[in-house]
Design a protein around this ligand. Sequence first.
Ligand code: ADP
Length: 448
Amino acid sequence: MNAFFWRCLKGFSLLAAVSIIVAWATENEYGLVVLSTGLLLWLLFHLWHLRALLQWLHDPQPDKIPDGYGNWDQVFSLLYRQSRQQSLSQKKLANVLERFINAGEAMPDGVVVLDELDRIEWFNPMAVEHFSLNRKQDIGSQDIGSQIANLVRQPGFHAYLTEQQYSQPQILRQMRSGGELVLSVQLVPFDSTRKLLLSRDITQLERVQTVHRDFVANVSHELRTPLTVVGGFLETLSDMPDVDSQTLRQFLPMMMEQAKRMQNLVEDLLTLSRLESNPISSAHDVVEMEDMLRTLLIEAEGLSQGRHQVVLAEVAPINLSGETSELHSAFGNLVSNAVRYTPEGGTITLRWRIAGKGTDHERAVFSVTDTGIGVAREHIPRLTERFYRVDRGRSRGTGGTGLGLAIVKHVLARHHARLEVDSELERGSTFSVVFPSDRLISVEDSEH
Ligand code: ADP
């Protein structure tokens, strides 16, 4: 401020001094002319700068600031500094805002910002999916400014919005072309008048909970029947203090059969839970397939008790990398099913072969073919579900737990293998396990 004052004072003093000297030299004739000309020039100098300032203010960009002289130079450089700072902080704010918007758009949950009258101010792409909102462009969307209650018409949502009890989420269900969509929505007040509407797709979670509930119900149901039978026998026996050995001989095998059924079920459940709790198998034994097939053949003959013809038709000279006991249990389940679902006189054929040899899709296939009752086409996709049986009575009658193929599915997933089922009702089935080439070891390599 002082510099400004002194600079002005210096200018005026100079002009006054020149005017006085001229007045003195010309005996008063031209002193006033010099003074007024100097003042006029001074006025023009400022008007010229003022015009430049006004022009710049119409489009105040830091790099277009005009050049100035004297005090104006100082004014313009201060303006330049301020407008630069302002544009930098504007850029920073725009960046922060963009980052927030990008984060909001990338969120896996739906987000809708509502104003004090529950009108939509902003929403992200997930909210579009959850509430079928219209999002042509960020600002151009016709749903911006609409009442949320007019767009989200699921029963219960309107009450949730008006009751203002937002501490608990609300579950909304809606039918879509791909099935039911279950959303958990919650309103979160912020900024004293605004609200955030958050939505999360819990369809999958609900499905898992339903499967879990069904599983518990199935297990209880499976255990209840043998338990009731054993309990009934025990009650009868306890009412007969002098029970004779013939009655005992009649009851005990039946009780043992039920106990065995429960034991099988518990064993299968434990196997399944062990497989499920660790979906990746860490073991890489060399599974000697010839030995495995011979063992399976003996086991099949043991189960069949001479009622079927069991054939080992093909044994490729290929071994597998995996866990021997798990694969034995999976193959054993397929063999045991073939025996159990093939009437007397039928044939069961085991094969271990290479398919697509020499191609990019070389694979090894273990298959069990039977001439049994077969499975109707519509049941095939569901056979590996836990407790899924085509004929409940037949399965139980032959000691089935309904978990065999579920176990097979888990074991195969741990070995990157897949199950293929080819079956025809009343003619028989082929259950094939297909192993990718990276699991195969030639017999010569296994010997080294
Ligand atoms: P289960 O203990 O009932 O045999 P699984 O999971 O092993 O349970 O098999 C599921 C269902 O698949 C069986 O109940 C049966 O209906 C059908 N199934 C499995 N293997 C065969 C087969 N080889 N022939 C006909 N049906 C079969």
